[in-house]
Design a protein around this ligand. Sequence first.
Ligand SMILES: Nc1ncnc2c1ncn2[C@@H]1O[C@H](COP(=O)(O)OP(=O)(O)OP(=O)(O)O)[C@@H](O)[C@H]1O
Length: 257
Amino acid sequence: MLEIAIRRKSYPDRGGQPHLALSGLALNAAPGEFVCVVGPSGCGKSTLLNVVGGLDRDVDGRVSLGGAAPEHGIGFMFQEPRLMPWLTVLDNVLLVAGQSDAAQRRARDLLGAMGLGEVMDAFPGRLSGGMQRRVALARAFVIEPKLLLMDEPFVSLDVPTANRLRAMLVELWQRCRCTVLFVTHDLREALSLADRVCFLSAAPGRVVLEYPLALPRPRMPDDATVQALQASLLAQHPELLAGLATAGTGSDGSADD
Ligand SMILES: Nc1ncnc2c1ncn2[C@@H]1O[C@H](COP(=O)(O)OP(=O)(O)OP(=O)(O)O)[C@@H](O)[C@H]1O
């Protein structure tokens, strides 16, 4: 079980006064659950992931995974692929997994399964944006994470590429059954991926609504069922949805990979 209880998380503002980013935020996730966190820009979504992942420890609150502070077994994926340009695709993935035979096997298998077998020895600069995100996705899964933290990982991709990556993510997650915390401001993306959607208030962020989903998978943001669900949520909770993207999930057009 992932348990998050953040009393206060603040940053110093320009005058040195505390600026509250999160306040009274409580959120739990069951092992293997896929939780999407949505909320308007600036409500503290990235801050939440940084605190949960231990990248930011300056917080009044507690995060525990299986009863202990999460330290190992956390996979990350950010808005940018954050690949090392001087390392090959394979070495970028191995960077987090080590060089053991088992890690090499896992990395090669993953990259092969994700259609990147031909470019394992290429450098990231040669790859399209969609392929770079696939490498970042492989890097997140190669450690066989217990917890996967994703910060708008498919933002600013064209629709077909983003949908392909979402399908790959769900397939990998269904195999490893790690707990996922996926941050987005795109409601349809959240409704297409999650077991449960948690809505954060405007800053300082706290959970104001939890919405469990029982729709079968696979689902995509443009599915009629997802659109209908979004419409019913909008009708029931118009105040919560201010500041969220509800119309689309990226630029239309052809895939870039
Ligand atoms: N390093 C920092 N120093 C000072 N203030 C910060 C810092 N990081 C975030 N903040 C502030 O904390 C609040 C929450 O920021 P955060 O980036 O977590 O929000 P977000 O919901 O992820 O936003 P977005 O959707 O725009 O990415 C904002 O007011 C932001 O300006």
